[in-house]
Structures are given as structure tokens and as C-alpha cells.
Design a protein around this ligand. Structure first.
Ligand code: GMT
Length: 375
């Protein structure tokens, strides 16, 4: 199949999922064309059947906002025609499903019929898409996709609750590639980060408000009072500066490392003992799954799709949003005992293996077939 994948190229989970899916599809013989405004961060190698097409938006002083959707839909039309692309798979409804629909319509004018699959990722529904300024366009784009998928049951429920959706929504969970983790790193270079007696706690995100970054600092503040430990904060975003300030206020700035964005996530998780994800809402929590496959247990909130991956008392613990006392107590419970920590680490990896990409790619292939039959 010749498939165009539209996604955000940044460090966000939706772009990561789209990129890993595209690579896996290419490995199974499909021709995959990524169409976005920059080469996706996880797309290191372009090969014979992986292509990247950059969307350019020329600056024009008349426009207060440059029309990205217009440039994207034009690029989709051109690329479909040039490469004979047979299917569009757009990740994140805004504005990708909208631009995809316009491309479909323009192609129809030229006698070309192409199905569009839309994958909903979370904030396109729960935070941004639900805003009254966007809601009619998002509802329209979802209802006019040939097939709609969502990354968790929780996100499907949210979509049906918040929007007037006539389409069936198929739940296709996010995934990891277990083959990448078949050999454990032995050289984690843990001593670069912490002393031998210290536990390492990690958080990875885009540091937006929804991630409740101050909760992470507060949980760690309580943990380090009981156990020698370090906190590693990976990512960039609007909450970072305030978080650094909070560490100084609490007097723990020497125990917290802010690393910024990183392409070495697995290396960092390799030396981590615990992962924190106390988000206000999270449609899936890919970062938690990536922690688990690296044998890192997860302390999280019990919101959105997180309970679909993190099992309470098995791969970690879940608490109500904002309950930093309970999250800290659970973190200490896991970290204070070597044998218990080992058990949680083992469980975390076992639970993550249920989300192997080998089980998921065929599901997307079936969905593509369904889209062809509906288009
Ligand atoms: O919030 C983020 O981390 C970024 C956002 C995105 O659009 O990339 O992530 C969303 O999609 C991910 C991949 O499906 C999910 O794992 C995240 O849970 C989801 N974020 C939220 O729902 C807040």
C-alpha cells in the first residue's frame, strides 16, 4: 500500500506514535510518505520506502496567522498525485483531519478517490478540540473521516461524550516495539547521574500545565526526605522555569536535573528506578509505557487512559489527581526495598509487553482495508 502519514514532527506522543507506526509499516513492505512541516524527531533514517515531504508555509505580511491547513492540503493533493498514494492516515484531528478532508475533496474534483483514517490522540479532543472555537470543525472532520481510531477506550468515551459523533470509533492502543528491548542495556552509565546509593526518579513530557509539573517536584521533595535520590526531568515546555524555581524554593535544586529534550529516552530510562506521571488528564500516557518497557515502574494519576496501561499494585500505583501525599508514599514503598523494587520492575516490563507493535500494525492494516471499502 502507498500510505501518507500526516503528523506533528515534534517530541509529543502523537508524532512519536505516527512515526513508529510508519516505520513499522515500511518494514512490512508498504510505501510510507510522511507529510509535515519538519522531519519527525524519531525518523532518523529515510529508506527506499520511507519518504518525507516538508510542508512549507510562505510568510506573507498580510496574514496575521499563516494558513498551514491550506499549505498542508495542497501538499497532500500534490503528493497523492505525484506518488500515487492510496490512503491518508492523519494523526491528531487538529488541523490534520480538516486539511485531509479538504485534500480528499480537491482530489475528488480530479476523479481521484482516496480514503482517510483519522487517529485521535487526546488533547485534540479533551483540551484543544473541545474549545467552542474549534468544536464544529473538529466534529465535522471526525464525522467525515472514513475510519476513526482512538488510542484508548477512555479517549473514545470522551470523544462520544464531548462531540456529536456519528462515526464508529475503533480503539487501537499505542504500542512499543519489544524487539528493541530484547537485550537489556548493561552499560547504563548510571553513575553519570547519581551515586550508587541513590534511587533515580524520572519524568518525561512537554512540561505543559496538564502534566502537573509542580506535583512531580512535590512528590520528589517528600521521597528525597526519606531516601537518597535524584530526579531527572526530561523535556521542554512552558512549566519548566517555574519548576526550576520551585526546586530552589524547596532547597532541592542540587538533586534535580533538567535535561531538556532528548533523543536518548531509552538510555535515560535504562538507569531510572521510577517514573512519575501525575497528569490532570492523559488519553494514553505513551511516556509511561516507554518507561515500563524499560523496566521502570510508574506512579501516576488514575485519570483518562492511564489505568489501561498502568496496573495498580503491579506495574506501579495510581492515585487521584493531585494526591501528592499518596503518590509520594507509594513511591517510597516501591523504592525503599530492593526486592520489592525488582519485582515492580519485572512486572512493569511484563505489562508493557502486552502492547507490542507486532500485535498492533496488523490491526491498522485491517483498518486501512476497511477504509478502502468505505471510501
Ligand atoms: O500531551 C502530550 O504529551 C502530547 C500529546 C500529543 O498530542 O502528542 O500526547 C497525547 O497523545 C499521546 C499519544 O497518543 C498520548 O500518549 C498522550 O497521553 C496524549 N496526551 C494527553 O492526552 C494529554
Amino acid at each position: 500500500m502507498k500510505i501518507a502519514i500526516v503528523c506533528y514532527p515534534t517530541f509529543g506522543g502523537s508524532g512519536v506514535v505516527a512515526t513508529e507506526l510508519g516505520i513499522a509499516l515500511a518494514n512490512r513492505g508498504h510505501e510510507v510518505h510522511f507529510i509535515t512541516y519538519r522531519q519527525p524527531v524519531r525518523l532518523a533514517l529515510l529508506s527506499g520506502n520511507i519518504h518525507f515531504h516538508e510542508v512549507h508555509v510562505p510568510e506573507y505580511p498580510l496574514f496575521h496567522y499563516q494558513p498551514y491547513e491550506l499549505a498542508l492540503s495542497s501538499k497532500l493533493v500534490d503528493t497523492v498525485k505525484l506518488y500515487g498514494i492510496e490512503l491518508l492516515h492523519v494523526h491528531y484531528a487538529i488541523p490534520h483531519a480538516y486539511a485531509g478532508f479538504m485534500a480528499k475533496k480537491m482530489l475528488q474534483e480530479e476523479g481521484i478517490s482516496i480514503p482517510m483514517v483519522t487517529t485521535l490522540h487526546g488533547t485534540d479532543i479533551t483540551l484543544v478540540g473541545n474549545h467552542p472555537f474549534y468544536k464544529p470543525a473538529v466534529t465535522f472532520s471526525i464525522n467525515n473521516s472514513d475510519v476513526v481510531t482512538s488510542v484508548s477506550q477512555s479517549l473514545k468515551d470522551d470523544t462520544l461524550r464531548l462531540f456529536n459523533i456519528r462515526k464508529e470509533i475503533h480503539v487501537v492502543p499505542n504500542f512499543i516495539d519489544k524487539r528493541k528491548y530484547s537485550q537489556d542495556f548493561t552499560d547504563c552509565q548510571r553513575d553519570m547521574m547519581a551515586n550508587e546509593d541513590e534511587r533515580i526518579i524520572t519524568h518525561i513530557s512537554n512540561f505543559r500545565k496538564v502534566k502537573r509539573i509542580p506535583d512531580i517536584i512535590q512528590i520528589f521533595y517528600r521521597v528525597q526526605q526519606k531516601l537518597p535520590s535524584k530526579l531527572i526531568m526530561v523535556g521542554e515546555g512552558p512549566e519548566r522555569t517555574e519548576a526550576e524555581q520551585l526546586c530552589r524554593t524547596l532547597g532541592i535544586e542540587n538533586k534535580v536535573l533538567f535535561l531538556g529534550n532528548s533523543n536518548e529516552i531509552d538510555r535515560i530510562l535504562c538507569f531510572s528506578d521510577l517514573f512519575l506521571l501525575p497528569s490532570k488528564t492523559e488519553s494514553f500516557g505513551l511516556a509511561a509505557l516507554e518507561a515500563m518497557i524499560n523496566s521502570v515502574p510508574v506512579i501516576s494519576s488514575n485519570t483518562g487512559g492511564i489505568p489501561e496501561i498502568n496496573t495498580n499494585g503491579v506495574s506501579g500505583f495510581l492515585s487521584d489527581v493531585g494526591d501528592v501525599e499518596e503518590m509520594a508514599a507509594n513511591a517510597i514503598h516501591i523504592l525503599e526495598d530492593d526486592t520489592r523494587l525488582e519485582k515492580f520492575k519485572k512486572n512493569a516490563k511484563e505489562e508493557a509487553l502486552k502492547f507490542d507493535i507486532a500485535n498492533i500494525v496488523p490491526v491498522y492494516e485491517e483498518i486501512y482495508q476497511k477504509a478502502f471499502s468505505l471510501a
